[in-house]
Design a protein around this ligand. Sequence first.
Ligand SMILES: [Zn+2]
Ligand SMILES: [Zn+2]
Length: 545
Amino acid sequence: MTNKEIAGWFRRLADMMELHGENPFKIRSYQQAYVTLRKWTDPLSDLTLEELAEIPGIGKAISEKIRELAETGDLATYRKYANQTPEGVIDLLAIPGVGPKKVRTLWKDLGVESVGELLYACHENRLIELNGFGLKKQADLKNKLEFYMLTKGQLRYPEALQVADRVKALLQVADPGSRIEETGELRRKCPVIKNISLLWCPQEKATLSAEEGWTFVEKTPAHWIWQEEENPLVTVWITTVEGWGQRLWETTGSSAYVSSFQQWTNPLAPEEGTFMQLANLPDHIPEWRESVDWAQAAAKREGDLITTSAIRGVIHAHSTWSDGIHSLEEMAFTAKESGFAYLVITDHSQSAFYANGLKPDRVKAQRAEIATLNSRLAPFRIFHGIESDILYTGALDYDQDVLDGFDLIIASIHSQLKMDLPKAMERLLAAIEHPNTRILGHPTGRLLLSREGYPVDHKKMIEACARHQVVVELNANPQRLDLDYTWIPYAIDCGVKIAINPDAHSTGGIRDISYGVQVARKAGLGVGNCLNTMSLKEFEDWLFV
Ligand SMILES: [Zn+2]
Ligand SMILES: [Zn+2]
């Protein structure tokens, strides 16, 4: 069990105990354990009781629970509460922004025991008079519930890939050496996956016994549809060696894309490329096959299509100076070892107190550390950036003299996200117009499948970036992927460069760049339209003109 998974159990336990109105001190200690354990770097499963008890804030009781989790994969205390809680009420706890206290009121005072019941109660205005709610909170909750229902049964790309890998492993056991590949949305590298599809060519008639946790939804000679718990449906398309090329092409594109082409003569081909040639189909890469118009526009775009290996520098990373897990030295060392030529470290600015943002004296101290590291790591170079909060007024987060000292400023909105369109645009445009802003960070603030983000007029925003030569970030964290890739073509047309930034909060987070590249490829982004494909020299010239 990973440290994050172990930590997650304590968060859920704390929620569950709060739901049942237990002792607040105990609840606080589990919440604290969640925060501490999440960031712990040594693998907790390998530590003894004595070693665990030495972690600050982790006493005997929590240490024993960690051992229990490592040994059994379960937590009896959690089970005890779960057994006394309707399943639908546990579902309510999973809705972002609702929280155990409110769920308790809804459950105990209103008798609501599922998401559907709660949505209905909102329709009936039953929350207006309820303690701690009211008209505004009811409307807000209704939005959250509708978003939850809409996105239920979907997964972000990395998690969907994990489900697909589990299915692949089962198929390999059923027929060792058989050919299996991802197709459909996974092969198109969609940020959010509604259906997981695999193409399988068994060597002989293989059968599968039902695995625990999986149910068969449909089973025909041509395909099987499975489901694992609440996850998206998994379709396994079954084909032959000669039919592979055609079936891979047919199952990869969206139905709109595939149905736009005339019937072909079913040429047999064991590879997709050969099939496409024989059937006279356009040479569109899988990522583009959302619709014919989309693919044709992407194919027309100039320059070499972006690849992960074309990225030369890491822009947007956090260290222990603010809310990162690893030190500046560790971040720089990893970036260098991974073959990058430069790192722009951008810890949080002073208003981000929750993330240990940097006051001006710590900005100075960090600059001194960067200078020391740079003399050691040359020719690799660390640039001193900051991720400046865009304040409610639209201003950046330091006095002008402090702002002037940074090599690069990413301006991002992190607080007071509940805004209408005019307010959001006022803040964004003010930040874009600020002469010190070089990159606009995660422009909509969305978190895929968990937060919609504030409303943005994308055209206006991108046009303002063009006027003020501000680069737009494609935040590569797979939970964000913000700017949405569908807006990249407009940015390219306006002459706005895209920075594919990992927003790394640990050394491992640097690898998220590949998720950003994946969706940038969907939009046909060329190497020349991306900021961090610049060599160190080019990047220095861009920074210090
Ligand atoms: Zn941020
Ligand atoms: Zn950040």
